[in-house]
Design a protein. Structure first.
Length: 229
């Protein structure tokens, strides 16, 4: 059950979304995620929390699962705020006349440095809604369903009885929650050895995350090649 709480992991349930044809779900993911970027910002800001609430009520998503799927947008908000903070600070410092006569001159209007840049709100609103739509479909679609859906679409387009690309596409999609799994395992190992959250943690763990992802991809590709022999 703990794995379900991780980013974009499939959640076993019996709901309307779970029972939709896989090909239809793939088309809906693409269509609705794109449409989210063309909606007015106010509608995005209203629909985002509504979808979160509906996913909790009707799809039985736990708070830990909902929070896990919001991490990318929360991280993006933090990075944009941090970038704006650094920019505001540099502008504030450059506006000072050196040498500074008093500390009052330094801290005059200093609070404005911490005011977030509201020009990012439209981008964040569209991203948040698109991510939430994608999250709902990811948690209600297994890797096998993704494969079946891609196979149906590919065979419909090519008019052939085989779908060689379906394995590759479903593997690519399954890698998104896998990355989260790798990172959680690395974090647990880091914390069990007394490691703390710091820049050193990121420098040490990111290469190992990259290695784990590459190894997983290599082993999966070998498995696909063996099945095709």
């Amino acid at each position: 059950m703990m794995e379900n709480a991780q980013f974009f992991h499939y959640k076993t349930q019996k709901t309307v979304l779970h029972s939709l044809p896989p090909a239809l779900k793939i088309l809906l993911i693409l269509a609705l995620a794109v449409v989210a970027f063309y909606l007015p910002v106010k509608i995005c800001l209203v629909l985002w929390p509504i979808l979160i609430l509906l996913s909790a009520i009707f799809l039985k998503f736990r708070p830990s699962e909902i929070f896990s799927d919001q991490k990318p947008i929360l991280a993006y908000i933090f990075l944009l705020y941090l970038a704006g903070l650094i920019l505001n600070l540099s502008i504030h410092i450059s506006s000072l006349s050196f040498p500074v006569a008093t500390w009052d001159e330094v801290f005059k209007d200093f609070r404005k440095v911490f005011i977030p840049n509201l020009t990012y709100i439209p981008l964040l609103a569209h991203l948040a809604l698109s991510l939430e739509i994608t999250s709902i479909f990811y948690r209600t679609t297994s890797r096998g369903q993704f494969k079946d859906g891609f196979s149906s679409i590919e065979m419909f387009i090519t008019r052939k009885d085989s779908a060689p690309l379906s394995d590759t596409l479903s593997l690519a999609l399954s890698f998104i929650p896998k990355i989260s799994t790798f990172w959680n395992k690395l974090e647990l190992a880091w914390q069990s050895r007394g490691g703390k959250s710091s820049l050193k943690k990121a420098v040490f763990l990111f290469p190992k995350l990259f290695h784990a992802a590459m190894r997983e991809g290599y082993e999966k590709s070998l498995a696909i090649q063996n099945r095709s022999l």
